[in-house]
Ligand binder design. Sequence first.
Ligand code: IDC
Length: 446
Amino acid sequence: MTDDAGRSLILRGFNTASSAKSALDGMPDFTEADLEREHAEMGTNFVRFLISWRSVEPEPGRYSQDYLELVEERVGWYAERGYKVMLDMHQDVYSGAIDSHGAGGNGAGALGNGAPAWATYTDGLPVLDMPRWELLYLNPGVIRAYDNFWNTTGRHPELAEHYALAWQAVAERFEDNDAVIAYDLMNEPFGGSVQGPAFEAGPLASLYQRVTDAIREVDQDSWVCLAPQAIGVNQGLPSGLTRIEDPRTGRPRIAYCPHLYPLTSELGSGYEGVARTLTDATVETWQADTVRTAEELGDVPIILGEFGLDTTTPGAREYIDRVYAAAREIGAGVAYWSSDPGTWGPYLPDGSPTLLVDAMDRAYPRAVAGTPVAWSTGPRRLELTFHPDPAVTAPTEIYLPSDEFPGDVDVTGATVVRWDRVSRLLTVQAPGGTETVSVTVVPEGD
Ligand code: IDC
């Protein structure tokens, strides 16, 4: 993905936040001061910001500008700090109207989140609470709600149309907002009674096409991000998602944004022993499958939309480093799940940091004046190789954390434009021409 100056973006940030799912106003429990702290302590440049269909379209055909106003206000906080935003139409287990009393509950016993109550049809089939939230998907009432949404039942062709038009209302609002660069069309799609490639190449691809077309009627430039079926693909199985046409003029702006949750870590095993071997195998196959699907979709950019774990499990730091390395190798952006306070997140409810803060606060190139070929970081070292794009005049931007780069820096392979020790941003200009550029940054005197 590129910014307005044509630079390739390397995106690092959080999902913000799970707390938005059940909030009355749909907003995450996350203040501008929280963002300020995140920015200062971890140098992130990206957020996967959770929005929901229920908040966008509270009644059929009525799009809440009050809600979009609140989203826009938060987007403004990110924009002020130079972040890029991906709006994620989140859902888990279909809808907040899914509760153990069937559809149409008042939300107090909500088991899911996402779709509005008026778009939730469980047809009276049972829904029972489960020991793990993921198992809620197996409820007959939940499966039926999806079958109605995808119109597998043949009774609700209107729901997909509503979904596409809800997205169009969002895109209309953010079309000229430079910070919002991407739309994640649906969090973790679930096919109800149609599963696997039959679902991904069928109803899911049709919905994605329909939503993409609706977005392009009002927004030509934002990236449209496609997620695969979550079950299986999150755990490293291949996706059967097929290509979506982008009706915009110029190069397509489609991206692929899978998640990664190896079964071993999901079930609470530490990243050690046999579990570590299995997790490594999962990460490797996930990486290869992700690249293959991105090629299938038209050689599109990749964003790892979610990965995360309880940072107190043994080996958590190594696992996090392992996933960032995997993402780096395939040139993928990353949004960690999630910024919510707790042991999965960067801060505990009392505000004290977890090991994630240090794991996240690492050197990375943020915006590259050309096409990145490879980059890597060692302790107190960053190396970046790229093919410069002579049409891009803006400098290459590199983030350097304070613990490894406390003072001045030595740069080889490019000229320093500016090193700002407060924002931790180094900007460099490559020599002119189209020769491959290799930049190395180390602390001065190393
Ligand atoms: C989880 C939240 C948890 C909540 C659950 C259901 O952390 O508090 O009870 O959702 O709403 C995903 C989902 C993401 C999950 C996350 C972690 O996209 O919404 O958040 N996860 O379980 N897929 C795999 C993992």
